[in-house]
Design a protein around this ligand. Structure first.
Ligand code: PHE
Ligand code: ZN
Length: 879
């Protein structure tokens, strides 16, 4: 265990490095098999560094070819080099230039970190620790340097040569080769370095900034895909305009390029001036991309662009501060999507994701605060907690300070920290200083893990016309954090009077209440409203104003009332979800529901679906009953996925039978005339139609499967075709295999459609699912090194098929564990991410729990695991 402890990095150990690399000049010769990287690093000792202090540069699988200092080769005794480090034993006590040269093998780089080759294109991925796989460096985010890169490559193999910043020179390099020199004037950390070389097509456009500067925009992709980049380009221009309007942020370079590559570990990367994208988040055309794909492209293009200010111009001091850039930038992309589309619908969808992904993480062995204080493998901390909970924390800040106060804090942040690598504390301080507020307690959100529980009981006294709300906050223990401080919880609220209009009060006491906001900051509080004419129904946590579990003592009748009358759309949706969740969790425990409850829920659903004045996409969300994973999360222990699946189908059948007419009407009314457009209104129409169809098919309503099959055949866009097929596959009706086979061949070899087929093959709960997945994976031509393919197939099975992954016989667990062991040899990041599907294993009933544990222990015993997988495994087993 001692070597394990040595590997742990602690926030409390942070100290600036004794040297600073101020300037980087690279000459990179790119050729098949081998690339040569020559680096000239201008280095100075920092103030206070004792003369003779060694300089230790990071490396990862590097081999030093040559080394010189200020132009003179270094003697062997002056340095030490290993694949992981280059040490200058006694560097000069003044500014000097260190010159090194290394060779790389991009084709063999299957980890997709550093310089690698994807479909013939050379590209880089450096966040968080990939630059050290390109050259020896102080590979930490607080070393800010300017970069100038000369790239040399065969002109036929790589006519396109791109790097960060501006193109300053290009020309012939002899022997059929050419070169390009890129210069980035903005000091940046090494993780934002990027380079691309290849034979690529491109589209070009221009953006004029608010101060009239012209920016050349380019998107590069495989030849023939250019027409699929247009929506991404449109999204980019809208994002650039939005950041000017909403945050006053202007783009700063003369060019902004995006490159789409097929092999990528994440979604996309915000390298300064040269964003590199997983091509699934760039390519779209109506025939092959769904509405959800379009929305995702828009969101991620914006996300990476927004990083230019929140991430690149102001970056992180160390990786513990990751959510400084990620949480904030997710918040910004959520706001962008809300402004471009429907705000309430976006909020519902974001909360769905939060509850489906982040809440389980926060309730299990992998729980960690948005700002962790130690890690063994930083790649394992690109989590939904850092990203999505991080965004929730920023959202609460905006709620507490109001829009103007929040903007003041952001402005100060940009003004004060531009060009710096900074911390969460410094970020919060800007909001304190700009608003004259004390946010010390609020900072606990960054420091404490776990989802707070907020219990509320309400009481109305008709005699005194007094209405009270009693709040109790509990913060459950998480790994390493047994005891917790109370959090600051902003509760947006309204009291709804008997006629559905807002109830009024003459006075309020017992807490911090202003307008529609209650701010709780203690373990408990009693808020008393005076002069309330009739018993109101409280609508609490409107818009999901804090990432917590709210427990009320509201009756089903109250929830139904809110579902009809709440002026807050989020809580209307939430009320129906709560009723369904209560029915489903009780039924999964063997307590049957009453006919009246189901009938009431069914009637409310039908009424909502038919209601005029509500967004189609909102209605679609209302028809999406809680997922199996969500029910499992609420149950929290002794989970039997079979039982959950069974009662959920049963409830859908009962409801569908009762409201088949309303669902059929919604389906019929939802057809879209005219040309396909991915805009929110049209997409919403399709979403409602789709939700109605899925409900009807799942509910076994006569003729529904046939309608779905017909829609599948007649569809003129992927949303309609995929939606129909998904409804059929989820139900695993008799014609599911044939339709899936048709889908597989219909689109030729389009890899992104292949991914949809893989996911649809892996997610159905039928008993054949595991064998299906096994067979697909075992096919000799299955692309075993492509992260998208692996995630679409095995990721969907492990994280999207709770019944078959958690088979009682343990076969699903064993299959995934074996897969992890195998993929780990080539791509540890993909392996460790798939492994996180086990994070809730202790919540299963005993048989499955034991089976999952056995599979995990078996994986551990096999040994030879990467640090990525070993870290997740160890935490999962010990948590
Ligand atoms: N920083 C990227 C983002 O925008 C994510 C990422 C992390 C990509 C690590 C690649 C590697 O969220
Ligand atoms: Zn990001």
């Amino acid at each position: 265990m001692s070597s394990e402890t040595e590997q742990t990095v602690f926030l409390s150990d942070y100290s600036p490095s004794p040297y600073a690399i101020e300037k980087v000049e690279l000459e990179v010769e790119i050729a098949p098999e081998v690339a040569r990287v020559h680096a000239w690093l201008t280095i100075s000792p920092r103030e206070g560094t004792a003369p003779g202090t060694p300089l230790v540069l990071d490396g990862d699988e590097l081999m030093l070819d040559s080394i010189a200092l200020d132009g003179a080769p270094l003697v062997l005794s002056a340095y030490a080099s290993t694949p992981r480090a280059l040490t200058l034993i006694e560097p000069p006590a003044r500014r000097f230039v260190l010159e090194t040269s290394v060779k790389l093998a991009p084709e063999k780089n299957l980890r997709l970190m550093g310089l690698y080759r994807s479909n013939g294109t050379w590209c880089t991925q450096c966040e968080p620790e990939g630059f050290r796989r390109i050259t020896y460096f102080l590979d930490r985010p607080d070393n800010l340097a300017v970069y100038r890169v000369k790239m040399i490559a065969d002109a036929a193999l790589a006519p396109v040569l791109l790097a960060n910043g501006n193109l300053v020179e290009q020309g012939d390099a002899g022997n059929g080769r050419h070169f390009a020199v890129w210069d980035d004037p903005f000091p940046k950390p090494s993780y934002l370095f990027a380079m691309v070389a290849g034979d690529l097509g491109s589209i070009h456009d221009e953006f004029t900034t608010m101060n009239g500067r012209k920016v050349a925009l380019g998107i590069y992709c495989a030849h023939g895909k250019e027409d699929q980049c247009l929506y991404a380009m449109d999204s980019l221009k809208r994002a650039m305009a939005w950041d000017e309007r909403r945050f006053g942020r202007e783009y700063d370079l003369d060019v902004f390029n995006i490159v789409a590559v097929s092999d990528f570990n994440f979604g996309a990367m915000e390298n300064k001036g040269l964003n590199i994208f997983n091509d699934k988040l760039v390519f779209a055309k109506p025939e092959t991309a769904t509405d959800a794909d379009y929305a995702n492209i828009e969101r991620v293009i914006a996300h990476e662009y927004f990083h230019n200010w929140t991430g690149d111009r102001i970056t992180c001091r160390d990786w513990f501060q990751l959510c400084l850039k990620e949480g904030l930038t997710v918040f910004r992309d959520q706001e962008f999507s809300s402004d471009e589309r429907s705000r309430p619908v976006k909020r519902i969808e974001d909360v769905r994701v939060l509850r489906a992904a982040q809440f389980p993480e926060d309730a299990g062995p992998l729980a960690h605060p948005p700002r962790p204080d130690h890690y063994k493998e930083i790649n394992n901390f690109y989590t939904t907690t850092v990203y999505e909970k991080g965004a929730e924390v920023v959202r609460m800040l905006a709620t507490l300070l109001g829009e103007a106060g929040f903007r003041k804090g952001m402005d100060l942040y940009f003004e004060r920290h531009d060009g710096e690598a900074t911390t969460i504390e410094a970020f919060i301080k800007c909001f304190e200083d700009a608003n004259g507020r004390d946010l010390r307690q609020f900072q606990q959100w960054y420091l404490q893990a776990g989802t707070p529980r907020l219990a509320v009981t309400e009481n109305y006294d008709a005699g005194t016309k007094r209405y009270t709300l009693d709040f109790t906050q509990t913060n459950p223990p998480t790994p390493g954090q047994p005891e917790k401080q109370p959090m600051v919880i902003p509760v947006k609220f309204g009291l709804v009077g008997p006629n559905g209009a807002p109830a009024t009060w003459t006075g309020v006491s017992g807490g911090n209440v202003a307008d529609d906001l209650i701010v709780l900051d203690g373990a408990s509080a009693r808020i008393t409203f005076e002069g309330v004419a009739n018993r109101p129904v409280p609508s609490l946590l409107r818009g999901f104003s804090a990432p917590i579990n709210l427990e009320t003592n509201l009756s089903e009748a109250d929830q139904l009332f809110l579902a009809r009358h709440d002026s807050d759309p989020f809580n209307r949706w939430q009320a129906l979800q709560e009723i369904a969740t209560a029915l489903l969790t009780r039924a999964a425990r063997g307590m049957n529901w009453t006919g009246e409850s189901v009938a009431a829920l069914a009637a409310a659903l039908a009424e909502t679906v038919a209601a005029p004045g509500l967004d189609d996409a909102f209605k679609a969300n209302v028809l999406g009953l809680p997922t199996e994973a969500n029910i499992a999360r609420v149950l929290a222990s002794d989970v039997d996925p079979d039982a959950i699946h069974r009662v959920r189908v049963q409830l859908i059948e009962e409801i569908a039978r009762q409201i088949a007419g309303a669902l059929q009407a919604a389906y019929a009314a939802g057809s879209v005339d005219g040309a396909y457009s991915p805009d929110a209104a049209q997409a919403g129409k399709r979403a409602l139609r789709q939700a109605a169809l899925a409900f009807l098919v799942r509910g076994g309503v006569g003729g529904a499967a046939e309608i779905a099959a017909r829609q599948y055949q007649a569809a003129t866009n992927m949303s309609d075709r995929f939606g129909a097929l998904a409804a059929i596959a989820a139900n695993w009706t008799a014609d599911a295999p044939a339709l899936l086979a048709d889908f597989r061949t219909r689109y030729g070899e389009d890899p992104l459609v292949f991914d949809k087929w893989l996911a649809l093959s892996a997610s159905p709960a039928d008993d054949g699912a595991l064998e299906r997945v096994r067979a697909i994976l075992a096919a000799p031509d299955f692309p075993r090194n492509n992260p998208n393919r692996l995630r679409a197939l095995v990721g969907s099975f492990a994280s999207g098929n709770p019944v078959q992954f958690a088979r009682a016989d343990g076969a699903g667990f064993r299959f995934v564990a074996d897969f992890v062991a195998d993929v780990d040899k080539r791509n540890p990041q993909v392996a460790s991410r798939v492994l996180t599907a086990f994070r809730t294993f202790r919540t299963y009933e005993p048989v499955r729990r034991a089976a999952a544990e056995a599979a995990l222990k078996n994986l551990a015993d096999a040994g030879g695991l990467s640090r990525n997988v070993a870290d997740i495994l160890e935490r999962t087993l010990s948590g």
